[in-house]
Design a protein around this ligand. Sequence first.
Ligand SMILES: [Zn+2]
Length: 202
Amino acid sequence: MSQEWNIRSRGHFCSICQKPLVDHAPVISALRETPEGYERFDCHPECWKTAERDWEPFSQWDGVYFAPVKVEKKEALKKEDAGELLRKLMTLDDPAMKNVVYVLAVMLERSKILVERDSKEQKDGTIRRVYEDRRQGDTFVILDPRIRLENIGEVQQQVVALLSGTKTLGEVSSEEESSEASEGAAESGGAETADATDTTTA
Ligand SMILES: [Zn+2]
């Protein structure tokens, strides 16, 4: 399975009629779950309504298509950084970072960068949430790890440390791993030091 199975970019052409999507016009997007990952559809609303289909979407939503534009504003830099960090984390697909990924997505949603399009509860009780980048249209399918309220502040601090560059991804990943280990087993100190030496960079 592809490492990037949970990021899907928005298309610029209708998935059904193959004609270009129209700037600032409504678009219907859908995700189809396949053994290889999610397949994404972006369609003219008319095409979506009229085309025949013998499958049920994992998720489906109404959006607005924006043609790609060059980033001009310098003040957007900080938000861009957060979006880039999310893309990097999604690509790394590190299970130890699941809390960080989720909290970052929620922070981006609050700053109106992402919008939550759907949520699906899985058989095992976890929730997968579908977020879409409002401008670029990329879709992120993110596991909601159901973080306990008292732990959210700690995770937010790690996100801020990553964004400000005071911590590296490797440092945060090993911190997360060790905090999970200490939640489970009371005294297992070995793993923590092994990971810390891995992440040392010159
Ligand atoms: Zn079409």
